[in-house]
Design a protein around this ligand. Sequence first.
Ligand code: KIV
Length: 284
Amino acid sequence: MSSLAPSDAAAVDTVPAPTKPKKVRVHHLAQAKQQGRKLTMLTAYDALIAPLLDAAGVDMLLVGDSYGNVMLGYDSTLRVTLDDMVRATSAVARSTRRALVVADLPFATYEASAQQAFESASQLMRAGAHAVKLEGGRPRVEAVRLLSQSGIPVVGHLGYTPQSENTIGGPRMRGRGDQRDAMIADALALQDAGAIAVVLEMVPDNVAIDVTAALEIPTIGIGAGPHTDGQVLVWSDMVGMQEWVPSFVHRFAQIGREITAAAAEYVESVEDGTFPAPENYHQQ
Ligand code: KIV
């Protein structure tokens, strides 16, 4: 007969559940992969939304260059400047307590040389980023190595890379056929150069599985199926700010409709004189 009480026996059999860090730092990403804990990343671009997402326990806030599409009304990320990204990054960094803040290097601020990448990335780090993200594989190795050796953690981005939309031919799945081996080679090259994670965008799930298995650093998927080490979504897609979202997005709320309904009620209340009500102002 066992001398252990039932609760002790359960403790011996149970593998401790992976714990979420109080403050997310770079080493926690590889640790999460080793522990099998899924990582979460959402975009954020300002001091209004970032603290709400941070309070929800998101591991990483990405100041993505999707800022251009989501907040500035551009139809492409190519128009986003380094100044745009510095301003957005400092707003997010100022209002975030727990999450690791990752900032995108925008188009034409890092591709020319490793030195150019260092000068641009250092502006984002001075704005409060904890890491930067850049698009591309083997052609970026020199830049990733210099940044990593200079105290600037780098997240890679493979698959559909929106800054290359004109050479790729618009949003499309990447990694099918011959592209599979090239993507694994790109991911390994980024890891060897010091990258801390790799985003996989619009990649078939079986290719995402292979890339994930080949790497020690985590993969963060968007439109890449459920088997990556983590997931990323654009925050406004995730809460349903707009009526259209890509098919790989799940809307966890319908906030856009709520805002329109609230604004319509406000308009009606002002027009019919029920707002402001007596409790909304001081009467002499
Ligand atoms: O800018 C962005 O939002 C991104 C994500 C799609 C990964 O790069």
